[in-house]
Design a protein around this ligand. Structure first.
Ligand SMILES: C[S@@+](CC[C@H](N)C(=O)[O-])C[C@H]1O[C@@H](n2cnc3c(N)ncnc32)[C@H](O)[C@@H]1O
Length: 228
């Protein structure tokens, strides 16, 4: 993707009182893996989930969870022609910018992806309840929630981590906060899944998403978790 098409706003390095993996991570993940999360699922999310499922036209399914404006979803679809990629985001404002793939192949020419507006807290439970088995699952630059008391807002600390595990596939998480990737690795390990965290090199300025471009352009180190 052309590096000049991205948001040029500089971005601040994450500040957190946390210096390493959260001290309550293990107990939180263990509890969530053993508990059924009973929060009711909204009709809005169910309807949008059903609509996304109806569009699937490949056997392999990839989720791009928290896809923002969907640039990553589009790139993943182009790079994985044998899979159907679903980009999910709760923000109508971000999704509304999805056609803004300047300098790129027209996304309408690609038939193996869709973008859906939904809260992942519901969407992931709907998919896991349906027995969906993912080929790959991306969490690209999720909101880090760096305050210690917000551990349960991070995906690995959330009650739907159980569904994330159930959905399976190869996990790829990218973050500008190393601790986020490390915590995700520890959490996967609790569920019996091995993964690796490494620093990414973006010297070729090929970015998978707007946030990746923004963080790299601000000189921040970027971290990638890949399950094995
Ligand atoms: C920091 S942005 C990253 C966007 C994109 N992945 C990127 O790399 O450019 C995080 C995204 O996650 C979305 N998000 C956060 N919580 C969500 C939830 N519960 N359900 C769906 N989307 C969510 C936000 O709306 C936002 O677009």
């Amino acid at each position: 993707m052309n590096s000049n098409t991205y948001d040029q706003t500089p971005s601040r390095i994450i500040a957190s009182a946390q210096e390493g993996v959260h001290e309550r991570l293990e107990s939180t993940v263990t509890k969530h893996l053993a508990t059924n999360f009973g929060k009711p699922i909204s009709k809005f999310n169910t309807d949008n989930y059903d609509s996304a499922m109806r569009q699937i036209n490949r056997e392999k399914i990839i989720f791009d969870s928290g896809c923002g404006n969907g640039r990553s979803t589009f790139q993943l679809a182009r790079n994985n022609p044998d899979a159907f990629v679903i980009g999910i985001d709760k923000s109508a404002a971000r999704l509304s910018k999805s056609r803004n793939n300047k300098g790129e192949q027209d996304p309408s020419e690609i038939d193996n992806y869709c973008l859906v507006r939904a809260d992942l807290i519901d969407f992931l439970r709907l998919a896991s309840n349906d027995g969906i088995a993912l080929h790959k699952h991306y969490f690209l630059y999720p909101n880090p929630w760096p305050k210690s008391q917000h551990l349960q807002r991070r995906w690995h600390g959330s009650p739907v981590f159980k569904d994330i595990i159930q959905l399976g596939g190869v996990f790829e998480v990218r973050s500008n906060w190393k601790i986020y990737a490390e915590e995700f690795k520890v959490s996967l390990g609790i569920a019996g899944i091995t993964s690796m965290v490494s620093e990414m090199n973006h010297d070729n300025h090929h970015y998978i998403s707007d946030f990746e471009a923004k963080y790299h352009r601000s000189g921040q180190a970027l971290w990638q978790l890949l399950s094995t």
